[in-house]
Design a protein around this ligand. Structure first.
Ligand SMILES: NC(=O)c1ccc[n+]([C@@H]2O[C@H](COP(=O)([O-])OP(=O)(O)OC[C@H]3O[C@@H](n4cnc5c(N)ncnc54)[C@H](OP(=O)(O)O)[C@@H]3O)[C@@H](O)[C@H]2O)c1
Length: 285
């Protein structure tokens, strides 16, 4: 009976993966790595909870004992991630983990997004580790636009700096399904999957979809990067995050988050969640 450890199990994606995995395999085979066991109280009967912090290698060495397959969900601590992920990979190697599945970024090797650098470093560390690996290069979460949709319903506009760039987004549940397939089936060793939605939309098309579903007139205001960042700061975001988000939009304008290879739906065997379904839920909420 091989055992599968999921990192980031108290996060949005990690929770979905653990829940979906529980529907496929016995919970005794699932181990959830969490920073705080308290936060994991609702993760579910039968799933083993292990505490571990990416910044504390000794906790990772302990957690990795007896694990066969590891899903390393990329850390949310941008700027520290390459080192944190290396700690996880080193601990996995020491414990004799047989396979690592890693959530990276769509087209990480060619992407101009500031987020790509740490993913590229981790992909290289994985390949150098000698452990069998699978890389899931996840595209944008459709959920990234949940706040924008609510903002648009209140203000009448989507704002951004993405120009007419297309985003091939999918929901976290779609990416979680792909992760579960890769964790529980054979034949994924050494593969890198570019995972993205089946549909691609520009922010103007997102605005049009919100208009269609809400009956309100929603426009898309494309702003210069600096102006968009300043707007985000005025909404309460830190200067650093606002600059990063505005910068990612420039990457979107260049096509960094566009992909029409449909590898996600080919893996899961079902279409990715359409934008219209996500917007419908958001408009009704
Ligand atoms: N593709 C996209 O559009 C997109 C968008 C956002 C993020 N991401 C990436 O995808 C990952 C998963 O997304 P998500 O929505 O599930 O993010 P999330 O909800 O922020 O979850 C991040 C997880 O990482 C854990 N974590 C952070 N620092 C840690 C540390 N030092 N040691 C151990 N665990 C640590 C968090 O633990 P706690 O619960 O204790 O905080 C949490 O469980 C993110 O971490 C990020 O790398 C992708």
């Amino acid at each position: 009976m091989n055992r599968i450890l999921i990192t980031g199990a108290t996060g949005h994606l990690g929770r979905l993966v653990v829940n979906k995995l529980k529907q496929k395999i016995s919970p005794e085979r699932i181990v959830a790595l969490v920073r705080s066991a308290e936060k994991a109280a609702d993760i579910g009967l039968g799933v083993e909870i292990k505490e571990g912090d990416y910044n504390k290698p000794e906790t990772l060495n302990q957690a990795m004992k007896g694990i066969d397959i590891l899903l390393l969900i990329s850390s949310s601590e941008v700027g520290k991630r390459a080192e944190q992920h290396k700690n996880v990979i080193d601990a996995a190697k020491q414990a004799g983990v047989k396979r690592i599945v890693y959530t990276s970024l769509l087209h990480a090797d060619t992407s101009s997004l500031s987020l790509a650098e740490e993913h590229v470093a981790t992909e290289a560390d994985l390949k150098a580790s000698g452990i069998a690996y699978t890389i899931l290069r996840n595209g944008w979460y459709t959920e990234n636009y949940a706040d924008s949709i609510q903002g648009a319903l209140a203000s009448g506009a989507i704002i951004g700096s993405a120009g007419e760039g297309k985003i091939s987004a999918a929901t976290r549940a779609d990416y979680a399904d792909a992760a579960v397939i890769v964790l529980t089936t054979e034949g994924h060793e050494g593969k890198t999957y570019e995972l993205a939605g089946d549909e691609s939309f520009s922010l103007r098309e997102l605005a049009a979809e919100i208009s269609r579903q809400s009956g309100k007139d929603i426009s898309y205001n494309n702003l210069p990067e600096e102006v968009y960042a300043a707007q985000l700061v005025s909404f309460g975001l830190s200067e650093e995050l606002a600059r990063a988000i505005a910068g990612w939009d420039l990457g979107i304008a260049k096509g960094d988050l566009f992909d029409e290879s449909h590898q996600l739906s080919k893996l899961t065997g079902r279409p990715a969640t359409p934008l219209a379904a996500f917007v419908e839920k958001a408009v009704k909420s």
